[in-house]
Ligand binder design. Structure first.
Ligand code: OMP
Length: 270
């Protein structure tokens, strides 16, 4: 099934636009999890089991695994989701971007080695660096457009003629690059005005929207600015706000409660 169809089906099945970010930091795990072999995988398993009926996607962020030499646990996490909750798509957050021949390898890594359903990439090197990903027609390619971090505006809000640079990215992605209808954009929840402008440019395109929870994005402004004409079109990510909601024996229940709260807040404004 195509990534966008997988997301749409999961959104409807779970009545949720929430994506849980799997950004493991072992030092933040509860003590009884820290003691386990393969603690990253064990932690993720609890979080996934506790939230799978509340989400439309999971998003493991690769640096959290690579930094600890835990690629095997990333692979096991993705396999666990595929084996147990095959309706929930997996977005590999790797923000790759490189010349075509290298991008080929990154696409192989994301889609063949890890079996991800979608991947985040940096589009600033141009179409030849994006195509190795979009060529996988069933998979999703999610381009950084207007990111959530504090320094983003200094570059992404530069004026190019009478447009902002992030608007050029959005328009180019939609009009010139989206031959297989499998491109999406990252638009941070910390910038509802930009979210609204990008929605106006891109019709019903789907956005990955990180920045709620730990980064302080406003749920109401995000949802109202980001929804498409179907009352969908945003995959709202929270990582730390959900997975570290508790840090004792009941951490999985706390994560579940945080995911329910975010799902319900988002749905309130749909
Ligand atoms: O591509 C991303 O996922 C991403 C883009 C962006 O603009 N901002 C952003 O925070 N992210 C990622 O989204 C997650 C946000 O985590 P929390 O702030 O803990 O919810 C992290 O994995 C970030 O790497």
């Amino acid at each position: 099934m195509r990534f966008l169809d997988q997301v749409r089906a999961a959104v409807r099945k779970n009545n949720s636009l929430v994506c849980v970010g799997l950004d493991p930091l072992p030092e933040k795990f509860p003590a009884h999890i820290q003691e386990l072999n393969q603690s990253i995988f064990e932690f993720n398993k609890y979080i996934i089991d506790a939230t799978h009926d509340l989400v439309c996607a999971y998003k493991p962020q690769v640096a959290h695994y690579h930094a600890r030499g835990a690629e095997d646990q990333l692979q096991m996490t993705i396999e666990y989701i595929k084996d147990n909750y095959p309706d929930i798509p997996v977005i590999l957050d790797s923000k790759r971007g490189d010349i075509g021949s290298t991008a080929d390898q990154y696409a192989t890594e994301a889609f063949e080695r890890y079996g991800a359903d979608a991947v985040t990439i940096n589009p600033y090197m141009g179409i030849d660096t994006v195509e190795p990903f979009t060529r996988y027609e069933e998979k999703g390619t999610i381009l950084l457009c207007r990111t959530s971090n504090p320094g983003a505006g200094a570059i992404q809000n530069l004026k190019v003629g009478d447009q902002f640079l992030y608007e050029v990215i959005a328009e180019t992605a939609m009009k010139d690059w989206n031959h297989h209808n499998n491109i999406m954009l990252v638009v941070g929840a910390t910038n509802p005005d930009e979210l609204k402008r990008i929605r106006a440019i891109t019709g019903d395109m789907t956005f990955l929207v990180p920045g709620l929870g730990a980064q302080g994005g406003d749920v109401e402004a995000t949802v109202k600015s980001g929804l498409n004409s179907q009352g969908e079109g945003i995959i709202v990510n929270s990582s730390r706000g959900i997975i570290y909601a508790g840090n004792d024996e009941n951490f999985a229940e706390a994560a579940r409660a945080a995911a329910i709260e975010l799902r319900d807040q988002v749905n309130q404004y749909r």
